[in-house]
Design a protein around this ligand. Structure first.
Ligand SMILES: [Mg+2]
Length: 211
């Protein structure tokens, strides 16, 4: 059994939401501008945390508005439902770790038709755990599932998703529609789409015939 097969056989699957289960619609440069950030500062949540409380609250409210707006514009990434169906048929545990809020994540999942795959306790946003790449969110999900890092996979489209997987000791899968795969040293497996990943999963873990 090779390493990829081993990764795909794991029981606990944690997904990033925006740009991973959804088609990417976040223009982070525009969001930074709207919040009055320098375009060179990559971490929006850290920037907000550095502000005086009144300004931080106003900008958090503005960010929520922007995120609600974006959630209305997005759609499920191709292959997302297929992949989640396959995972649930294998009795995998699935969760979401997002730097968005749980409330917006649930709203977005409803918009894109994927809400039924996740319990709300398995959706951790920035108020339920320290934001990625801090490993607290993964640790909380695994504690609630009785899962271990070596039986877990973190799937995402951005650097923080791969870093958080490394920090928590899970395997990492990078989904990058551009095919650029900018962080190969942080990704155990790289795929262009969730359709590719669903195909690999179907191939590596055959579902027994129902008889
Ligand atoms: Mg993302």
């Amino acid at each position: 059994m090779d390493f990829h097969h081993h990764i795909l056989s794991r029981r606990c699957w944690i997904f990033d939401l925006d740009g991973t289960l959804t088609l990417p619609v976040h223009d982070f440069a525009a969001i930074r501008t709207a919040l009055g950030m320098a375009d060179t500062d990559p971490d929006i949540l850290q920037f907000l945390a550095s502000l005086p409380p009144v300004e931080a609250a106003a900008k958090h409210a503005r960010l929520m508005e922007i995120e609600y707006d974006l959630s209305a514009k997005t759609a499920a990434a191709p292959g997302a439902g297929q992949l989640l169906d396959q995972l649930l048929r294998r009795d995998a545990l699935v969760g979401i770790l997002t730097r968005n809020t749980r409330e917006i994540a649930i709203h977005t999942l409803g918009q894109i038709g994927l809400k039924g795959y996740f319990t709300s306790e398995a959706i951790l946003g920035r108020d339920e755990a320290a934001p990625k790449p801090h490993p607290e969110g993964i640790e909380k999900l695994l504690a609630s599932w009785g899962g271990a890092p070596d039986d877990s996979v973190m799937v995402g489209d951005y650097l923080f998703d791969l870093q958080v997987g490394r920090a928590a000791g899970t395997a990492t899968i990078h989904v990058d529609r551009s095919g650029a795969f900018r962080w190969p040293e942080l990704a155990d497996l790289a795929v262009s789409t969730l359709e590719d990943l669903a195909e690999k999963l179907a191939y590596s873990v055959p579902i027994p015939a129902p008889y």
